[in-house]
Design a protein around this ligand. Structure first.
Ligand SMILES: Cc1cc2nc3c(=O)[nH]c(=O)nc-3n(C[C@H](O)[C@H](O)[C@H](O)COP(=O)(O)O)c2cc1C
Length: 380
């Protein structure tokens, strides 16, 4: 294991390195990753592939891996996300086989009892010697909740429950012993939760709620807030800076220091044309519209509700934007420039997917990472 100095909360937030722009791989625990495509090379999410990817990413200096908490596929020809590895056990396995990279678990608060979840996180964190992170999800997918026999709360009430949940988790990670917990919705008596997280600190906590209550939850409780930047990107680094400053200022009013992250999809090839051609083939021509329609139906987005024309736009938006994430498509220069722009806009990091992560990461590692070092947003 790496000879790491005693863990500090700051070192955890920095993922134990000085990279200005943090890079993470998003969605590798789920079949098809984030790309609703029928191409045969689409991501399998098998354990063998995940392990090989994590070790490659670890050696390349990628900062984190962020899995998706998903329990049911979206249907269609490929049944995207039909096969998923449970995220905390997945993270624990990867942490045992890597040395530097931070690995998140993504936890649906209403589905995991907080005392069990707190202990699972601590276990993963000890295995990784302080490299485990927690992504809290309040839930949006009704069908998934059904199969647990758990009723989905009204949208805003989900974040009320999540508040109790994270308060209980933090208490389990804190110094108290034999404590009672009396939240509005969660009551616990005489809780014992030992050991505590690694190194006398606690895991990095993130959330990606996009609604008002979702964002407010992140401001109150999290270290990292993940948000879409497609709109801001059109205005360039200055518009993005304003957006990021606004979010950070909101956190600061609560006395909290929040880092802002975003999501994307990378298709990088030796030339701009090759990248655009492959993107067009895999993402447009070979789109699995059945799986996209299945996902939108769950979000209550249907042609009946929106009208054909509007629905078509939505459908294409999700298919062509990695089910929600800006596509970085191009040559190494182009992709590096765009990533540097995100960094100059004040974004702390980006979680991105690839169509086949294992096939595509080596080129990104060899061509894009050195450019980012030269641009001053990554260390060597
Ligand atoms: C980076 C990122 C990761 C997410 N991970 C998951 C996930 O693993 N599982 C899930 O059900 N939702 C996930 N979501 C959805 C959000 O948690 C959230 O439900 C969604 O953005 C809607 O926001 P709202 O809950 O405030 O309405 C993710 C979103 C983003 C941007």
């Amino acid at each position: 294991m790496l000879d790491r100095p005693a863990s500090s909360q700051r070192a955890r937030l920095d993922m134990y390195n000085a990279n200005t722009l943090k890079l993470g791989l998003f969605g590798a625990n789920c079949s098809s990753g984030r790309s609703p495509t029928r191409v045969p090379e689409r991501w399998s999410a098998s354990w063998e592939d995940c392990l090989a990817l994590a070790q490659m990413a670890d050696a390349a200096g990628i900062d984190f891996m962020l899995p998706i908490g998903r329990w049911k596929g979206y249907g269609g020809e490929t049944d995207m996300h039909g096969e998923t590895l449970e995220t905390i056990t997945w993270a624990t396995g990867l942490l045992a086989h890597t040395e530097r990279i931070t690995v998140f678990g993504t936890v649906h608060a209403p589905l995991f009892h907080p005392v069990i979840a707190a202990k699972q996180c601590v276990t993963a964190d000890h295995v990784g010697e302080g490299r485990f992170g927690l992504n809290i999800v309040a839930g949006w997918n009704e069908g998934e909740f059904e199969m647990f026999g758990v009723e989905q709360r009204e949208h805003d009430a989900r974040y009320g429950y999540a508040q109790d949940w994270i308060d209980a988790i933090k208490k389990c990670w804190g110094p108290e012993e034999d404590f009672d917990f009396k939240g509005a919705q969660i009551k616990l008596a005489k809780v014992r939760a030992k050991p505590k997280p690694y190194g006398g600190t606690r895991p990095l906590i993130m959330n990606a709620g996009s609604s008002g209550p979702g964002q407010a939850f992140a401001m109150r409780n999290c270290d990292a807030y993940f948000t879409a930047t497609s709109e801001a990107r059109r205005g360039g680094a200055e518009v993005m800076k304003k957006m990021v400053a606004g979010i950070k200022a909101e956190g600061a009013t609560l006395g909290r220091e929040i880092e802002v992250f975003t999501v994307g999809q990378v298709v990088c090839r030796p030339t701009q044309k090759e990248a655009e051609d492959y993107y067009h083939y895999a993402i447009v021509e070979q789109a699995d519209w059945g799986t996209v329609d299945g996902m939108l139906r769950i979000k209550d987005i249907t042609p009946e509700k929106l009208g054909e024309e509007e629905y078509k736009k939505k459908r294409e938006y999700f298919a062509f934007h990695a089910i929600g994430g800006y596509p970085f498509v191009g040559s190494p220069d182009h992709v590096a420039n765009q990533l540097a722009m995100v960094s100059h806009g004040g974004i702390r990091g980006i979680a991105f997917s690839m169509i086949n992560y294992l096939d595509e990461l080596p080129f990104f590692r060899d061509e894009v990472l050195p450019r980012l070092v030269r641009m001053g947003v990554r260390e060597r």
